[in-house]
Structure formats: C-alpha cells, structure tokens
Design a protein around this ligand. Structure first.
Ligand code: PLP
Length: 346
C-alpha cells in the first residue's frame, strides 16, 4: 500500500502552515488579548474565531461517533472537496475516479485543479462494482469519489462494494454522505478506525437545515485531517457559523423530528407522483429528494416554473434522461406541486 506521504503532494507534505495569533496562544486563562491587532470594541464580533473550532468539534464528536481529531470543518463540504484535490492530486499528472452520474462539484474541483476526472457509469439500478472503479484507476489515481445516498439518483450505494473498494484501492476513498440522515443504512464514519484510507463527508446543509451558514464536515484519520487543516484558510469557519452550529447541536431532537417528517412525506409524495399520467417511473429514494422519469422533463419543468414551482431538470445527466429531481418540501409545498401536476396535460 502507498503510504499517506506517497499519496500527498510533496509540496503539501513539506508545507509549514501559516501560524495565526490564535494558534500560537492556546491557554484558557488570559483576559487581555493584545496579540491579533483586533479592535477592542464591538463585542462579540471583534475577535477572530477559533481557527480549529475546538468547542464545536468537542460537541460534534460524540454525536457523530468519532474523535475530535478525526473531524475537519469547512465552508461547506465543497471546501473539503477542493482541499482534497489540492492536498493529494498533482495538477496535470494525477487523476481521480468517480461514479457517474453523481454530485457535480467533484468534476468542477477536478477541472479547477487541472486533475483528470475519470467517470465510471453506474448500472441500470444506479449501482457500481468495486471492480469497475478499480479498472479505471492506475498508479496516478489518488482519490475515488462515491456519494451515498447518491445525488441525483437518491439511492444508497452498495455498502458491500464500498468495503471491497476500501480494502482493495491503493489510495483514498471519499464517501460523500450529505444525505445519510435520510438513509436507513449506517454512516461509514463508524469505520474510520478500520480503514485509514477512508474519508467521509457530511454537511449541515441538508438534514440540519443550515445551508445558509455554510458548514461541512470531513471525517478521516487524524493524519489526513492534519493535512487538510494545515492547508485551509486560517479562519475558514466564521464565528457566527460556529455559534449557530452549536445552537443546532443543542436542538438534536428537533432535527430527528424533521428527518422523520420528511421521510414520511417522501413516501406520500412519491406514491402520488407515481400515479400521475405524465410519470413513467419513480425511482426508490434514501434521501430527501427523488428522481421521477416523465414523458417530457423539459416541458414539465417549464410548466412548473410558470406556476412558481422549481424542481431540478436532470434530463441532460447520464442515465437520467427525462428525469426530474424533486426535493421533499413541507406539506403545503408538496400539495402545491401535486395540484399543478394534476392539472398538467401531456
Ligand atoms: C448538497 C450536497 C452537499 C453539500 O454541500 P455543502 O457545500 O456542504 O452545502 C455535498 N454533497 C452532495 C452530494 C450534496 O448533494
């Protein structure tokens, strides 16, 4: 197996990170802060936030069943995705492998960083085999991107195949679990101690109802977290976001209720949509959205837009011809969608 040093870009491995005033002073007892050129007025917004988000990680760790040193927090999961490319993939030389279709940001970050992006088409059940991804990989493949439940297809990927990949791929496996709270399968975060090459991504943007605060999580070995932490912007998660996240974590019960409600609404809405004459097929979902194949996705999309209802047209995406991706809303929003679709004539 390649070591973490062999997987990391040499300049990143050698990098001495920027040391902020708040990094250098870590004691708890000081009350006079004259080290960071801050303004002493305008509390509480005058102080730089904790660059390593210690308090937030301490509260998050037991909830996610990981240790604080296995957590990286970023400006959305998108920051973690970009940092993974910058840490491990040499532009113009290295490549990554990903399932297709999946979340669009992996390809965008690959393109930004000039890293070849190798897509492997899912099968008709939107599943993959470890063998097909391994066949696409070579000595320059540093990362494999999986997303489970997958976006835009909505289904859990086979955990058996993910484990085969973790055992056999000589590189890092990223499992994006943005929708894990809506799935009945467990998170791979519980497998970190078994698989040193595993990176799990989660986010506050979906089940936690906090897309506005921009907070994403990566769970991995302390060594991988250390690499991401040393190349991030020093104050990448602002104070307002850290505070709001702590507030949300104290309302854990409420989030569970949202998730239960959304899962129940998902089953109701999927059955109603499936019964519409313009709908050919509704695909099974383990997320807070589902994919529906219709007779004319672009026409129905425009029809709904004209009525102020926005869904996602996925017609141009691999395996998703004439498919709309529909997010589960509240009961009123869902009934507005159904009323419009019942009045639609093909
Ligand atoms: C929505 C989503 C995210 C969340 O990204 P943030 O930057 O944390 O808002 C990540 N991955 C997938 C697959 C998503 O669909």
């Amino acid at each position: 197996m390649r070591t973490l040093q062999e997987l990391t870009r040499p300049n990143i491995w050698k990098l001495k990170p920027y040391s902020s005033a708040r990094d250098e002073y870590k004691g708890a007892t000081a009350s006079v802060f004259l080290d960071a050129n801050e303004n002493p007025y305008n509390l509480p917004h005058n102080r730089y936030p904790d660059p390593m988000q210690h308090e937030l990680k301490a509260v998050l760790a037991p909830i996610k069943h990981v240790r604080p040193e296995q957590i990286f927090l970023g400006n959305g999961s998108d920051e973690a995705i970009d940092l993974l490319f910058r840490a491990f993939c040499e532009p113009g030389t290295d490549n990554v492998v990903a399932i297709d279709p999946t979340y669009g940001m992996y390809q965008v970050c690959a393109d930004v960083n000039n890293v070849a992006y190798r897509k492997v088409l899912l099968d008709e059940q939107f599943q993959f085999t470890a063998d097909s991804l391994l066949a696409a990989a070579d000595a320059h493949t540093k990362l494999i991107f999986l997303c489970s439940p997958n976006n835009p297809t909505g289904n859990d990927l086979s955990h058996t195949q993910i484990e085969i990949l973790l055992n056999r791929f000589d590189g890092l496996v990223v499992v994006d679990e943005a929708y894990i709270d809506f799935s009945s399968l467990p998170s791979f975060a519980g497998m970190l101690d078994r698989y040193p090459n595993l990176i799990v991504l989660q986010t506050f943007s979906k089940a936690w109802g906090c897309a506005a605060i921009r907070l994403g999580m990566a769970f991995a070995s302390p060594e991988i977290i250390g690499i991401l932490s040393k190349i991030k912007y020093p104050y990448n998660v602002n104070q307002l976001t850290q505070q709001q996240a702590l507030d949300m974590l104290s309302r854990y019960e409420e989030i569970n209720e949202w998730v239960q409600t959304l899962k129940a609404e998902r089953e109701v809405l999927m059955r109603q949509v499936e019964a519409l004459p313009c709908v050919l097929r509704v695909f099974a979902s383990d997320a807070n959205f589902f994919l529906a194949r219709v007779d004319d996705a672009s026409r129905i999309y425009t029809y709904l837009v004209d009525r102020g209802i926005i869904v996602r047209n996925r017609h141009s995406v691999s395996l998703c011809g004439n498919c709309l991706r529909i997010t589960i809303g509240n009961p009123f929003e869902n009934s507005q969608l159904m009323e419009a679709l019942k009045n639609y004539r093909s």
